[in-house]
Structure formats: structure tokens, C-alpha cells
Design a protein around this ligand. Structure first.
Ligand code: KG4
Ligand code: ZN
Length: 335
């Protein structure tokens, strides 16, 4: 089954064609990052306008690069939540028109479910149940993936998302948006013990996370040193900060594995590209004898292929949308 999958929830317009949820026939992306860099973050109105400009051409490009024609498509899938509402709407409206014109089913896909499904593309043998840590610009969740369309949130951030914090600290350090990857690179040559970061204590669910205290501590350190005219060791600050984020994510995820008894761990979302976090998971899962699944970097960030992968399993579960499909800025993954 060949699914045309559309993703437009943030600053990447993406159209992919995925066969049977596992085989990527083409994965086209038009990134707007260079444009939003000028403003230090995503400007929602500009994102929507750029999606409109890109999406039709990108769909044609997807067919062409896959060597397919419109009649070869069996369904159209689209991210319908969560995301920047105007941006998501562009994809939803395009997908509705495409499904209507091609007379094929329309499959709505939750963006975060898509991030998790990126693992099915990277690992053809991976099947639920497994545990997944989803860390992106907008979400930080520990999810039990009981089945392809059955999810349980075991822990989540109480405040900021991990990616948001990486981006904020990177921005104050003068790195261009989105700064997570640049901060990661800078951290490679730093000393992670140089700037000890606070460890936020949380009451209640031990699998919940918090990043705002960490972010504030890093920002205060930067501002204080600027005010005093002291030179900061930026690589070491990046390394110390990355270590602290990893120490928020990795032990909680390992605890979730112990609690659930799951023997497989996947990671997903843009922050899953972080080298420190990947390295820490490799070490810790090896100790526990748990299989670790980490998508390649290009499947960690937003893309259309991950939407096509999840769409196949949503389709098998009977999920369909009509022409009244709406877009939603927020929506829980386990609805
Ligand atoms: O999943 P994603 O592409 O978009 C959302 O759905 O939010 O995630 C984007 C986030 C950004 O905050 C970006 O800075 C972060 O992922 N990111 C990283 C790295 N690569 C991307 N954060 C830390 N280290 C990285 N190597
Ligand atoms: Zn995303």
C-alpha cells in the first residue's frame, strides 16, 4: 500500500511516499530554517505562507522522484495535530484536496506518533510493545507503545520541552536558530564538569521531567559572566548543559523500563539526535540488557516519511478522516 504523507506542523514542509509503513519510496523536504533564522525562531505566519508556496510543487516532486503517477497512490496521510495551527492547516487542506481528487482514503496522523514511527523505518524488525522517549522542540514524553496505535504516557515535562531549552541556551550564546545541533557540536570539545548544573527535584510522578530550572541556571550563568566581563568557556558550558539534560532524561527512561519490564527502548524527535543523550542511552541500555533503537539523524527531525509510516498502522486500525477533518494545535498522543 503506497501512502502519500504530508507534514507541515512547524517549519519544514515535507511530502513522502511510504510503502506498507516500512519502505520509503521518496522523502522530500523543503526547509524554512534559513528564513526563520533571521528572527531567531519560527514566525508562525511566515511558516504558513511558505508551506502554501511549497506544498504543491513538493508533492509533484515526490511523485517524480519515486517514479510514480497519481493513480499509483492508495491513500493520503497528513499531520493534523499538534503544531502551529496555521501551518498544520495548510497540510490538512492540501491532503483533503488530494484525497478527494484521487478518490482514496484520508488518514489523519498525530505528529508525535509519527516521530515514534520513524523507528519502524530505521528498524524494519521493530514491533510494539516497546518504550519510547520522545524529545522534540515541543514535547518531552516517556511513552509506553503497547501497540501501533495504543499509547500510554508514563512521564512528561512539567514545563519546557528539552528542545526548547537547547534552543534558548544556544540562542543566548549567539548560535543561529535552531541551536540544538550547534550546541551539541560545541559541547564536543568542552569539559562537562566545569559548570555543575542544578538537579531539579520533583514531587509526584518520578518519571516526570522539568527543564525550566536548568534553562534559567544556564541563562543566569551566561548573563552574570557577561555583566562581570568574565570570559565563559562556551564549549564547557555546552557540555555541562548537555550532561544535565541527559541526566534528566536517561535515568527516568531507565526507571520506566524497570517499572514496565519492557525489553526494547526507542528514542524519537529532534533532540534524539543529541550525541550526549545517544551515548548515555547506549551505555545504560547495555548495562540493563535492553535493545536500543535510535533512528538516524535525518529521521529524528520532522519529515514526511515518519507520517507515512504511522499512517499505515492507523489505516490498518481503521482510522479514516472525512472532508471535515480539522487541524489542532494541541492533542494528547493517547487520545
Ligand atoms: O522533532 P523536531 O524536528 O521538531 C519538533 O517537532 O519540535 O525537533 C526540533 C528540536 C529543536 O529544538 C532542535 O534544536 C533540536 O530538536 N535538536 C537538537 C539536536 N538536533 C536537533 N537538540 C540537541 N542536540 C541535537 N543534536
Ligand atoms: Zn516534530
Amino acid at each position: 500500500m503506497k501512502i502519500l504523507a504530508v507534514e507541515s506542523s512547524c517549519d519544514e514542509t515535507a511530502v513522502a511516499i511510504v510503502e506498507d509503513g516500512r519502505r520509503v519510496l521518496t522523502d522530500c523536504i523543503a526547509s524554512q530554517v534559513e528564513l526563520h533564522k533571521l528572527y531567531g525562531g519560527v514566525v508562525p505566519e511566515i511558516a504558513s505562507r511558505k508551506h502554501i508556496e511549497a506544498i504543491y510543487g513538493l508533492a509533484d516532486q515526490a511523485l517524480e522522484t519515486a517514479g510514480l503517477c497519481r493513480g499509483d497512490l492508495d491513500a493520503v496521510a497528513v499531520t493534523y495535530a499538534p503544531g502551529l495551527i496555521g501551518a498544520v492547516l495548510v497540510g490538512v487542506n492540501f491532503a483533503k484536496a488530494a484525497a478527494l481528487a484521487l478518490d482514496v482514503p484520508l488518514i489523519p496522523v498525530h505528529h508525535i506518533r509519527g516521530h515514534i514511527a520513524a523507528n519502524y523505518l530505521a528498524y524494519p524488525d521493530l514491533e510494539p510493545p516497546f518504550l519510547c522517549l520522545v524529545v522534540s522542540g515541543g514535547h518531552s514524553l516517556i511513552v509506553d507503545v503497547e501497540d501501533y496505535t495504543v499509547f500510554h504516557i508514563l512521564g512528561s515535562t512539567r514545563d519546557d520541552a528539552a528542545g526548547e531549552c537547547f534552543d534558548k541556551v544556544a540562542r543566548v550564546l549567539g548560535m543561529p536558530y535552531p541551536g540544538g545541533a550547534a550546541l551539541d557540536r560545541m559541547a564536543q570539545s568542552g569539559d562537562e564538569t566545569r559548570y555543575p548544573m542544578p538537579h531539579t527535584k520533583l514531587s509526584g510522578n518520578p518519571l516526570d521531567m522539568s527543564f525550566s530550572g536548568l534553562k534559567t541556571a544556564a541563562l543566569n550563568l551566561i548573563h552574570n559572566s557577561q555583566q562581570k566581563g568574565e570570559e565563559l568557556d562556551i564549549p564547557s558550558l555546552c557540555a555541562s548543559f548537555s550532561l544535565a539534560v541527559s541526566e534528566m532524561l536517561v535515568p527516568r527512561t531507565m526507571e520506566a523500563l524497570r517499572q514496565t519490564g519492557r525489553t526494547k527502548l526507542a528514542i524519537a524527535g529532534g533532540v534524539a539526535a543529541n550525541s550526549r543523550i545517544r551515548g548515555d542511552f547506549q551505555r545504560e541500555t547495555a548495562k540493563l540488557g535492553v535493545s536500543l533503537y535510535m533512528p538516524p539523524l535525518k529521521l529524528c527531525g520532522d519529515n514526511g516519511a515518519m507520517i507515512g509510516a504511522q499512517a499505515y498502522y492507523e489505516y490498518l486500525a481503521g482510522v479514516r478522516a472525512g472532508q471535515d477533518l480539522n487541524a489542532y494545535a494541541t492533542m494528547p498522543i493517547d487520545r
